[in-house]
Design a protein around this ligand. Structure first.
Ligand SMILES: O=C(O)CCC(=O)C(=O)O
Ligand SMILES: [Fe+2]
Ligand SMILES: [Mn+2]
Length: 218
């Protein structure tokens, strides 16, 4: 699938590296699948990982649940953030979400160990709205999107530490997303060795969710 005939293009919006199965697909999803490398300053990365570490360290990594999408991970839902982290999350909100979109709270924090990976899945439409935005910390990784009906349509996003990715609308609903395991972690010819990766994932609330009936984070 990700073998021959791919194009490696910087997205036309001038953001991060996105590769895909064709120019038309890349331009169709130009605003729906976005990477912003260097969204976080090194200081901001440090602020977030230092704040998350004690909370994550209390948990054990989970493996090999036969039907689970995620392997080699621990996670937490975080609702109380320090002032500097709140400022970062507000920047994410301004960059990725529209004025009419409410964010799910608490925020999902996922810690993948070096061998950890995420199998293809589409986030539940019951619990998550049209936009998913994730900050990546510590290790680079490759996120692959594959069209659920036409698997020959695919995109790959290079997620460097400090980057922000945004999946919205068609990229969020019509494509599965996954994080490649270390053995398969290539961006085109480029090997992207996987270490431990922490992600901070912000999601919008599904449309039609009234106040007082906020769903749990996905
Ligand atoms: O780690 C990420 O950036 C994505 C996680 C994910 O796909 C999920 O929790 O549904
Ligand atoms: Fe997901
Ligand atoms: Mn999840």
């Amino acid at each position: 699938m990700a073998g021959s005939g791919q194009l490696a293009l910087r997205t036309l919006s001038g953001s991060g590296w996105v590769r895909g199965s064709g120019f038309q697909l890349l331009s169709r999803l130009k605003y729906a699948a976005v990477v912003r490398p260097g969204f976080l300053s090194p200081d901001e990365e440090e602020t977030l990982s230092r704040e998350l570490e004690p909370q994550l360290r209390r948990r054990r990594y989970e493996y090999d649940h036969w039907d689970a999408a995620i392997h080699g991970f621990r996670e937490t839902e975080k609702s109380r953030w320090s002032e500097p982290s709140r400022a970062i999350l507000q920047r994410v909100q301004a960059a990725a979400f529209g004025p009419g979109q409410t964010l799910l709270s608490p925020i999902h924090v996922l810690d993948l160990e070096p061998r950890g990976y995420i199998k293809p899945h589409v986030d539940s439409v019951k619990f998550c709205g049209a936009t998913i935005a994730g900050l990546s910390l510590l290790s680079p990784s490759v996120m692959r999107l594959v069209h659920t009906q036409q698997p020959e349509q695919w995109l790959e996003l290079l997620l460097e530490p400090g980057s922000l990715y945004i999946l919205r609308d068609s990229a969020r609903y019509d494509f599965s997303h996954e994080i490649l395991r270390d053995e398969e972690s290539f961006f085109g010819e480029r090997r992207v060795p996987r270490g431990r990766r922490i992600s901070v994932i912000c999601r919008s609330v599904p449309k039609g969710t009234g106040p007082g009936q906020l769903p749990p984070a996905c």
